[in-house]
Unconditional design. Structure first.
Length: 485
């Protein structure tokens, strides 16, 4: 067992064990019963386009995710389109983040603090969700973990002749920049690191270098930040901040504060609390502040702050081992593995829930299967709203032989995610020439009213001239078959 391995041989284990542990958690139920939900469907269908087509689309929509889409395009080209290719990058990214947390925790609190923090990261409920998600947020978490590790190594190094810091400062700036290109709200890691510098009373020279390299990262990301603001209608659906939405951050900050107290933080000393508490608190509070101006409060935008919570949990476990060692010299080392084991059992309902299709709002693959079963060659198909066309883009084979009568320009031709539909009059005219129509929409429990004139025209024609002959709801989506009266 780990507690019986000599301290000199524990070095690689402190990051290797959390990495493998996190990969195992990620591979467990990776396909989610062959389900893909709407956010991942966007990744899937964009990754299947050519590089030029992706670049054209980014000029109109989703520029904020451009680097991620290009990365996934390369992976889809190499390994083919599948749920494994879609999600494995996130699994490996969280494993890398766990390794960074473990190494950082060991530097700041010892072996057990590092091991406990690294293994705790993959168990956090928010991380469990995005551990198996075909979106960029896990990659940002890995970058935040690496930039934090680089900062800690620079702060803990004793200055001396021949010691060159600029390569690590350069790596720090590049890492922060890449994270910002994946999601520019990750720049909130910079004020978190500034809080750490203030806490440890960093030297003026360190402050100047941090400011210079951090400014380079911000400057590199600024064009994307400014350009993506012109596409802000993409996030117009995010609701305004409410007190109810702040319950989650309050619980996280309380838990982090309790763990920090166990670490006995002191001003002026580099510790897990000095690093982890700002990394947890500043991005959460910063996003709350931004959301008071424009609603943007979604936990995935600051998923990287969970690395700070994991550091604090590790510090608390390390402090518990140190306190238990005088009383139980042989058994103190069992505390961390025991705590992780108990946590796995306690969180088992959460772990199972996150790996079930029902954990997401819908499933584009399941509804595609229903379309393949119900459709007949020559049938028409409609999508309400137009964004539900994603199921046809991810599973085109299920829609073979069906006519998308509302579509005027395909998503690729229009350089958009959902394509461009004809005007309401032309949609009505096209529908009047059909005998059978399949309507793909949201299930009743998740459907929201559509104010689009095109959708109103579709509904009006179906109600006036068609009758329902079959209706199926599956995993958040709905297929209704209409026949001409």
């Amino acid at each position: 067992m780990l507690c019986h391995i000599p301290a000199a041989r524990r070095g690689p284990l402190v990051w290797l064990v959390p990495s493998l542990w996190t990969v195992a958690l990620g591979l467990w139920g990776l396909s989610r019963q062959d389900s893909v939900w709407r956010d991942e469907a966007a990744t899937w269908q964009v990754a299947g386009r050519s590089t030029g087509e992706i670049l054209d689309m980014l000029g109109n929509v989703d520029a904020v995710h451009g680097l991620y889409y290009l990365l996934m395009h390369g992976l889809f080209e190499l390994f083919g389109a599948s749920t494994t290719t879609l999600r494995l990058p996130s699994v490996l990214a969280v494993a890398a983040a766990a390794a960074c947390v473990a190494v950082t925790g060991r530097r700041l609190g010892g072996f057990w603090a590092g091991l406990g923090g690294g293994m705790a990261l993959g168990l956090l409920p928010a991380v469990q969700f995005y551990l198996q998600e075909g979106r960029p947020y896990a990659l940002v978490a890995a970058g935040a973990g690496l930039s934090t590790l680089l900062l800690v190594s620079l702060l803990s190094e004793v200055p001396g002749p021949g010691r060159r810091a600029w390569p690590r400062w350069t790596a720090y700036a590049v890492t922060v920049l890449v994270c910002a290109l994946l999601n520019w709200l990750s720049l909130l890691v910079l004020p978190a690191h500034a809080a750490t510098l203030w806490w440890v009373r960093a030297r003026r020279r360190v402050w100047l270098r941090w400011a210079a390299y951090g400014a380079c990262a911000v400057a590199g990301a600024l064009p994307l930040v400014l350009f993506s603001r012109s596409q802000s209608d993409q996030v117009s659906w995010i609701p305004p901040l409410t007190w109810h939405m702040m319950i989650g951050p309050a619980i996280l900050l309380t838990l982090g504060g309790v763990c920090a107290l166990a670490d006995r933080p002191r001003a002026g000393r580099l510790s897990a609390s000095a690093v982890g508490l700002p990394l947890l608190a500043v991005p959460q509070l910063g996003l709350i502040g931004i959301s008071l101006v424009q609603p943007l409060f979604l936990d995935r935008y600051v998923l990287f702050s969970m690395a700070g919570l994991a550091l604090l949990i590790g510090a608390g476990l390390g402090a518990a081992v140190r306190s238990a060692r005088p009383l139980f010299p042989r058994g103190a080392g069992l505390l961390v593995p025991g705590a992780i084991g108990v946590s796995v059992l306690a969180l088992l309902p959460v772990e199972l829930d996150k790996r079930a299709p029902a954990s997401r709002v819908d499933d584009v693959l399941a509804v595609a299967g229903e379309v393949a079963r119900l459709g007949r060659p020559g049938d028409a198909v409609l999508f309400v709203p137009a964004a539900r066309r994603d199921t046809a883009l991810v599973s085109p084979g299920a829609f073979a032989g069906l006519a998308d009568v509302a579509l005027e320009r395909s998503p690729v031709a229009s350089a958009t995610l959902k394509g461009e539909e004809a005007d309401p009059a032309r949609i009505r005219e096209a529908l009047l020439g059909q005998r059978r129509v399949l309507l793909v929409t949201d299930a009743a429990k998740v459907a929201k009213p559509s104010g689009a004139a095109r959708d109103a025209a579709k509904a009006a024609v179906l109600k006036e001239r068609f009758k329902v002959v079959e209706d199926r709801q599956v995993r958040g989506r709905r297929v209704t078959v209409y026949e001409r009266r």
